[in-house]
Design a protein around this ligand. Structure first.
Ligand SMILES: [Zn+2]
Length: 382
């Protein structure tokens, strides 16, 4: 008997259409000129530059030790100094670990946000950039440059790149009275999570101390009743995409697309990389792209990481972690000198490009566009 159902392909197309609509606004690719205007972190990522972004994080950062506090201060100082319009809040917990005997260790997640000026609490949808800032207890003196000092630095840099355009966007929207529509109320949220690492052996209870605490806190933090007509019941549902960076900074990374529901975002991210490469804007020249999995054939299952407590509560995740892991993973060699700095700087710019595109910043771009065929000097400032 003939089926009256529409052909599967048609259904999938409609599904795709509704997903795109559901996820919000027009997704307009950045122009070539805009991609060229994304600056390199340059000396900010120099591992010997003690006043830069990266070097101060290249220390042991174990919860409950002095290094944890130094790292926290660096993250906070940076935003207070360079990005004063971002709000900083802490989510604290204390928990016992297998190595802390009966002492509760402090775990402190940092939540840093840039929101449109017109929003009420619970109204903004957040592109959420995430990395853990703690480091592993063992081996002694472990730095965790890729795990995840460098990813933290990439996010810090990308936030600075995006900030000026966000201001312009918010100013223009305020002037035109465009704010207030749920989809247009886009903000940026950064989570620097604590206590990702196991103290002894990775188990459900010895790992992810910070992310378990934060997701638990948020699921129990309903937004104010006055805002209930918005679709965001809790801070968890305000996360439009949970973009988790981990183990980045080694040579020749290969990051698969782990989740079907965010594969479209992976493709957009990958597209930014390939366009930047074809415009000669990136410094590294790997044999294959960092984000090669556009047909989603590479990833077999997910990897345990800070996204799990969020994904279990329905948060959409883009997990940016390479397979295989870096060779230096969880060894004393995961330090500053073993980073591939071209790769680290390239990641920072690709992430910034993806954020600008997600936030629809072509709306405010008015910079120069190179004429077709012309070559601009693009290697300045490195
Ligand atoms: Zn680790």
């Amino acid at each position: 008997m003939a089926s009256r159902l529409p052909p599967l392909r048609g259904v999938l197309l409609w599904l795709h259409f509704f997903l795109l609509i559901g996820l919000g606004t027009a997704y307009k690719p950045l122009s070539d000129g805009f991609l060229r205007a994304i600056p390199s972190p340059g000396d900010e990522f120099n591992i010997d530059n003690s006043t830069g972004i990266l070097a101060p994080l290249l220390i042991p950062r174990v919860p409950g030790t002095a290094g944890q506090v130094v790292a926290q201060r660096h993250l906070v100082d940076y935003f207070q100094r360079e990005l004063p319009k971002w709000t900083i809040t802490w989510q604290n917990s204390t928990q016992k670990t297998p190595t802390s005997k009966n002492t509760e260790l402090p775990f402190a997640n940092l939540i840093i946000r840039r929101e449109p000026p017109w929003v009420k609490p619970g109204q903004t949808n957040f592109l959420t950039l995430v990395a853990h800032y703690d480091s592993k207890l063992k081996p002694d003196g472990f730095i965790g440059a890729t795990d995840s000092a460098a990813p933290c630095a990439m996010i810090m840099w990308a936030a600075k790149v995006v900030d000026g355009y966000a201001q312009q966007m918010y100013d223009e929207m305020s002037e035109l009275g465009e704010g207030g529509d749920v989809d247009m109320d886009m903000g940026i949220q950064i989570l620097f999570l604590d206590g990702e690492e196991a103290f002894e052996t990775w188990t459900d209870t010895d790992s992810l101390y910070g992310s378990r605490s934060l997701s638990n806190f948020w699921v129990n933090s309903p937004n104010p009743p006055a805002q209930k007509f918005y679709k965001y019941k809790t801070p968890l549902s305000q996360i439009s995409l949970f973009m988790l960076l981990d183990l980045l900074g080694s040579s020749e990374p290969s990051v698969p697309s782990y989740y079907t529901t965010t594969h479209w975002a992976y493709r957009a991210f990958s597209n930014v990389e390939s366009r930047m490469r074809s415009l000669n804007l990136l410094e590294s020249s790997p044999p294959s792209p960092f984000l090669p999995d556009v047909n989603k054939t590479m990833a077999l299952g997910g990897i345990s990481d800070d996204h799990l407590p969020f994904i279990w509560r329905g948060v959409e995740t883009l997990h940016v972690i390479p397979q295989p892991f870096p060779r230096v993973w969880h060894t004393s060699a995961d330090d500053g000198p073993h980073l591939d700095m071209k790769v680290v700087r390239d990641w920072a710019r690709i992430v910034a490009g993806f954020m600008l595109e997600w936030l629809d910043m072509m709306e405010v771009w008015s910079g120069e566009e190179p004429e077709a065929g012309s070559t601009l000097a693009i290697h300045d400032g490195r």
